[in-house]
Design a binder for this molecule. Structure first.
Ligand code: PEP
Ligand code: MN
Length: 355
């Protein structure tokens, strides 16, 4: 059985001398304390034997007993939730933020065209894979480093932040120089060296749930990033493998609500990789938002049949437009704003829009 620990979250205004005194108190009580930072909040984890502590010191805002692996991510430590800024887009502020784009960056023209379409239709962020972890070595592996210049150029033209997947620790610094948010793919959710590296980088991270992983395992993976001092994490439900083969994966809707309840981190839903079917992307998106998702990650392509990666799950521009209209109605019903609504459309300079 894992040992019982207690997490003490202090006000961010507490003087560092008092934190030192608290640490000394836990040390002398044999409670083996460790100091972490959750943003500006000092959190001391100690075994539960230290008593009330010296009375002249600032008291903790929250005291949470824990026996499991989920610690710094626990909702009790930040009941109001975490807002993760990805460029100018704020995920977790109560709005519904839609990130969209092709699965992979294929060429300057393909990426510019799709980015302009999703920007004009209300997306507040772009997706675009440079390195693609594919099940088969014979499938398109992405344009790799060559895609980074295209991501940077399209970001400049649309003014939208870009999310790009990072596949190994040694790539983090170079990817972080261009992307606004780093995506950790389902296949890498338990690549712990990668998690530590993106933790140290302090960059916004979209952490996708491994398709064979339980909710407590995703939350434990997020702890690697949190423990490294980075609280800019968006958890992403992208479907799990079940006996059902009628969809690519099974979108675990209850996990969306559960992650929101257990963790203070915002949650994103990927309706494209989960269903693998453009006809189901709309319903899965609406269900995800109704279950409490803060953001969506949607594959869009102008020519799905010729897409080099995952074309069979991408929405055509007209279907994306329709989805955005449906989301607007749902947002109104939920009393939540659609992120970017009311923002002036940005007809991206130098990009010809074809529907
Ligand atoms: C992707 O978003 O392109 C992707 C590879 O997703 P996942 O890691 O969820 O399979
Ligand atoms: Mn894909």
């Amino acid at each position: 059985m894992s040992r019982i620990d207690v997490l003490y979250a202090f006000p961010s205004t507490v003087p560092s001398t008092e934190i030192s005194e608290w640490l000394a108190h836990f040390e002398s009580a044999g409670a083996d304390p460790t100091l972490y930072w959750l943003g500006a909040t000092p959190v001391i984890a100690a075994s539960g034997t230290a008593g009330a502590g010296p009375t002249h010191l600032t008291r903790p805002d929250a005291t949470v007993r824990t026996t499991g692996d989920s610690r710094l991510g626990r909702r009790e430590l930040r009941p109001g939730g975490t807002v993760v800024p990805i460029g100018p887009t704020r995920v977790g502020d109560g709005s519904i933020a839609v990130f969209a784009g092709p699965c992979a960056v294929e060429s300057a023209e393909q990426y510019d065209t799709i980015a302009a379409i999703v920007a004009e239709n209300g997306a507040v962020g772009l997706r675009g894979g440079a390195f693609k972890p594919r099940s088969s070595p014979y499938s398109f592996q992405g344009l790799r480093w060559a895609a980074l210049d295209l991501l940077a150029e399209t970001r400049r033209k649309t003014g939208l932040p870009v999310l790009a997947e990072v596949v190994e620790a040694a790539h983090v610094e170079r990817m972080a120089a261009v992307a606004d948010g780093l995506q950790i793919g389902a296949r890498n959710m338990q690549n712990f060296e990668l998690l530590k590296e993106v933790g140290a980088a302090g960059m916004p991270v979209v952490l996708k749930r491994g398709f064979g992983c339980r909710v407590d395992e995703v939350l434990a993976a997020a702890e690697y990033i949190l423990a490294a001092g980075n609280d800019r994490i968006v958890l992403c439900e992208r479907g799990i493998r079940t006996f059902e083969t009628a969809t690519r994966f099974t979108l675990d809707i209850s996990a969306v609500a559960l992650m929101k309840q257990r963790s203070h981190l915002p949650v994103m839903v990927d309706p494209s990789h989960s269903t693998g079917n453009p006809a189901l992307v709309g319903p899965a998106s609406l269900a995800g938002v109704a279950a409490g998702a803060d953001a969506l990650l949607v594959d869009v392509h102008t020519d799905p049949e010729r897409a080099l990666c995952d074309g069979n799950q991408a929405l055509l521009p007209a279907a994306f437009r329709e989805l955005m209209a449906q989301l607007e109605s749902l947002a109104m019903g939920l009393g939540r704003p659609l992120a970017g609504a009311g923002r002036l459309p940005v007809p991206a300079a130098g990009i010809a829009v074809t529907a």
